[in-house]
Ligand binder design. Structure first.
Ligand code: ATP
Ligand code: MG
Length: 201
């Protein structure tokens, strides 16, 4: 029990530190072009490990992306944002249901990184408040899963620093979808594909 409490305290401190580093600081030095595909693979692997920890077995996590597409930003921060969403999907989705992580870059130049689950979902009245610090839909439920309510506040801050937006759609009992929408100036698609996209215009 003590080790459980200690690790809860550790993750709370980690999240608070992450948030305070994000607030009012310029983007860190690791800024550059980040490969979306490798970010997704990494977060999916970590998601499967978390899933084994939480559920005793790994949920299916499916990926769909175009190789070599990139986002301009901080790899550390983008990883933290995506893993927070994948972590939520794992925790708030039953063990026998699956999770999808997709990346699409459209002709308008925007790039969208989406995490979709088939979990418990979120009632509409909670959705506008989810990115507030410490906001949790159901305290008793979150206590079971060990959450502190800082994850989506971190996601929101990371996205603000990348000129991006978080969009949330959910149906209680059916599942949720969290979309991170990056503007064209932060997205670079593979050279071969950028010609195809232009031809679609
Ligand atoms: P942590 O700080 O450990 O991430 P948390 O998961 O409780 O704790 P957030 O990630 O900020 O906090 O999420 C806020 C709340 O939003 C959660 O407590 C949960 O009620 C709800 N939520 C987030 N993601 C999902 C999801 N995919 N499905 C259902 N509910 C979700
Ligand atoms: Mg969370």
């Amino acid at each position: 029990l003590m080790s459980q409490q200690a690790s809860r305290m550790q993750s709370l401190v980690d999240d608070l530190l992450t948030l305070s580093k994000l607030e009012g600081n310029p983007l860190p030095a690791d800024f550059g072009w980040v490969q979306v595909g490798s970010l997704m693979r990494q977060c999916a692997d970590e998601g499967r490990a978390l899933s084994r920890l939480v559920w005793g077995r790994s949920q299916e996590i499916h990926l769909a992306f175009d190789d070599e597409d990139e986002i301009a930003g901080s790899e550390t921060e983008l990883h933290s944002a995506l893993f927070n969403l994948v972590g939520n999907a794992v925790r708030y989705t039953p063990a026998d249901k699956s999770i999808r992580v997709t990346w699409t870059a459209g002709a308008n130049g925007q790039g969208v990184l989406t995490v979709t689950d088939q979990g418990i979902g979120i009632a509409p009245e909670h959705i506008p408040r989810l990115t507030e610090r410490f906001y949790r839909v159901d305290r008793s439920r979150s206590r079971d899963t060990g959450g502190t309510g800082l994850g989506l506040a971190i996601v929101k801050h990371v996205l603000q620093r990348h000129d991006a937006e978080l969009k949330i759609d959910s149906t209680p009992g059916a599942g949720s979808s969290f979309r991170m929408v990056f503007p064209a100036h932060r997205v670079r698609v593979a050279v071969t594909r950028s010609a195809e996209l232009v031809n679609q215009d």
